[in-house]
Design a protein around this ligand. Structure first.
Ligand code: FAD
Ligand code: DLZ
Length: 510
């Protein structure tokens, strides 16, 4: 064997840099389902099923194209339980000239692979991951010397770089870079939300479902009703389904929450983008084309493209710019443990119950559930960033450290001092009431801040504002909140703070 090419579970792209210039006749590919990767967090059962099944389908496609693939199926008794062990064994057996791989998406594994050459006895060539619009160095160059890193300015650079939604004169289509102010409608059931795209499990996926049930019975969530795509063709069909049925309303209801609908008008494409079944630029081009051909409004197409070439690329840039220290940040000095109801959904707070219950069933919750419900609660309750980051890494099908960590530690917990937002995304129950129909079905009263049945988000919000005065009082975007708080009568403030104290001491009972 000339070269051994390692392909990881989130590198399922035929255009992967590790496969470039490879020789099907002489090089070998290795892919492995291993215990170490399947158990570094309490991965949702559907996430395990998705990754193993998509890996198996990808390996089969490679074999059909004539590649020699060494594929390890998961078994708890496999002698090789780590990627390094699998690769070492093959290297000893086949004596390749070198190992080639594409850079891995997370620091933990990346730092391990960077040391492998010391143990394998062959050179390890780590190639850049070309599946992103912005290279790591390009982001670092953009960031250098800037006082503040703001997604909006980065996004404009990516629009110019890709030409997406740009006029021939180099201006943004529609005369604006951003139509976010049009994208804040509450959804009250109309227009009806489309059913998500479904793929019925084939024999490969059914076998993996059994495997996960047998060997990962205690992992979070359910394997029931698995219907995600597991091949690039199926993911492409999911993209087309999104463009046909959900994209037209994606912008309007991007920030909405619903008591009845899990998926609303979201694309549910993140698992495919993050594992390589879909290419981000191709996806954005298809969405831009839908606008040019009159099949979707501009606020929807722009809003969607911003999420991908803006937020998705920005969080990756931040991750690689600031790791490994980033993962340890805790600037608000939070010390509370994650309440147990994050794992069970057993809480009387309707919005929290709904978001966690959907997460357990689907391995999915949309962005506003993650940010403004489960995330907002963790922020207000002062949960330790490591606890809440580990929860998000475990429970979502699309969760990989490079994208989960900045979103949770940065955007939600403001634990990094503000790279992902110039102020924390803290909100009281009023926000949830404005954007959803949860509150009318809730045990708690959203209009109250004190009293046994007062919505916990309310007193927790003001407690957060009060206890973090030193952190935020000088932030111009928070000034109004402090003015509102300070003009409350002393008696009311102390009643709200006592309720806040009680809530913080009794999180498990909420
Ligand atoms: P849509 O709403 O349809 O958006 C389209 C695409 O835009 C997504 O598929 C995704 O690729 C991209 N996108 C949107 N927002 C973001 C964002 N903030 N960061 C990066 N990409 C974005 N996304 C992940 O892919 N993996 C994660 O582990 C993850 N963890 C998150 C944790 C928290 C606390 C929060 C607040 C957000 C997290 N996100 C994560 C971002 C976002 O919530 C998901 O990308 C989105 O919900 C996926 O569903 P969708 O494909 O239907 O997205
Ligand atoms: C997330 C995951 C899981 C659950 N299992 C595997 C696996 O068995 N083999 C593998 O190659 N990759 C797996 N992955 C993905 C990795 O843990 C890791 O998150 C990514 O490769 C980071 O880029």
């Amino acid at each position: 064997m000339a070269n051994l090419i390692l392909i990881l579970g989130d590198q399922l792209s035929h255009q992967l840099s590790a496969l470039e210039d490879a020789d099907k006749d002489n090089d070998g590919v290795v892919m492995a389902e291993v215990h170490d990767e399947a158990s570094y967090t309490n991965h949702h059962k559907k996430k395990l099923i998705y990754i193993f099944s998509a890996m198996r389908h990808f390996a089969r496609e490679l074999e059909q194209q004539g590649w020699h693939v060494h594929y390890q199926h998961y078994h708890p008794d496999n002698p090789e339980q780590s990627l390094e062990a699998v690769v070492s064994k093959l290297a000893a057996e086949h004596r390749p000239e070198r190992l080639i791989t594409t850079e891995c998406g997370e620091w933990r594994l990346h730092s391990q692979i960077s040391q492998w050459h010391e143990h394998l006895g062959i050179p390890v060539e780590i190639r850049p991951d070309t599946r992103f619009v912005c290279r790591k160095q390009e982001f670092a160059d953009w960031a250098k010397g800037r006082k503040q890193l703001r997604m909006e300015f980065f996004y404009r650079e990516m629009r110019k770089k890709t030409g997406l939604l740009m006029t021939p004169e180099g201006k943004p289509e529609g005369g604006q870079w951003n139509f976010d102010s049009d994208n804040r409608k509450k959804w009250s059931g109309k227009p009806p939300a489309p059913a998500p795209f479904r793929v019925e499990p084939d024999s490969v996926t059914r076998e993996v479902i059994q495997l996960v049930e047998e060997y990962f019975p205690d992992h979070f969530g359910t394997s029931e009703d698995f219907h995600f795509s597991v091949t690039a063709d199926q993911a492409q069909a999911a993209l087309e389904h999104f463009i046909d049925f959900a994209l037209p309303c994606f912008g309007d209801y991007q920030d909405a929450l619903s008591d009845h609908e899990d998926w609303l008008f979201h694309s549910i494409l993140s698992p495919y983008l993050n594992t390589g079944l879909l290419d981000p630029t191709d996806v954005c081009q298809a969405v831009a084309q839908a606008w040019y051909s009159g099949r979707a409004p501009l606020n929807a197409a722009e809003g969607f493209i911003r999420q991908i070439i803006g937020w998705r690329e920005f969080v990756r840039g931040i991750y690689w710019l600031l790791m490994p220290g980033y993962a340890k940040e805790n600037r608000l000095n939070n010390q509370r443990s994650l309440p147990w109801f994050y794992w069970t959904g057993e809480t009387k707070m309707r919005c929290m119950h709904k978001a966690i219950d959907a997460t357990a069933r689907n391995a999915y919750a949309h962005h506003i559930q993650r940010l403004m419900v489960t995330g907002n609660f963790a922020l207000l309750a002062g949960i330790h960033p490591e606890d809440i980051c580990d929860w998000y890494l475990a429970v979502y099908i699309d969760a990989f450290d490079w994208v989960e960590l900045p979103n949770t530690l940065g955007m939600v917990m403001h634990a990094d001092g503000g790279y992902l937002g110039s102020k924390p995304y803290a909100a009281s129950g009023k926000y949830i009431q404005r954007m959803s129909d949860h509150c009318q079905n809730c045990h708690y009263r959203v209009q109250d801040a004190t009293g046994e049945k007062a919505c916990p988000f309310n007193a927790l919000y003001w407690h957060f504002i009060d206890r973090h005065r030193d952190d935020f009082a000088n932030n111009p975007r928070m000034a109004m909140m402090y003015r509102n708080w300070d003009k409350q009568p002393d008696e009311r403030r102390s009643a709200i703070l006592s309720r806040g104290e009680w809530l913080l001491a009794n999180l498990e009972q909420l």
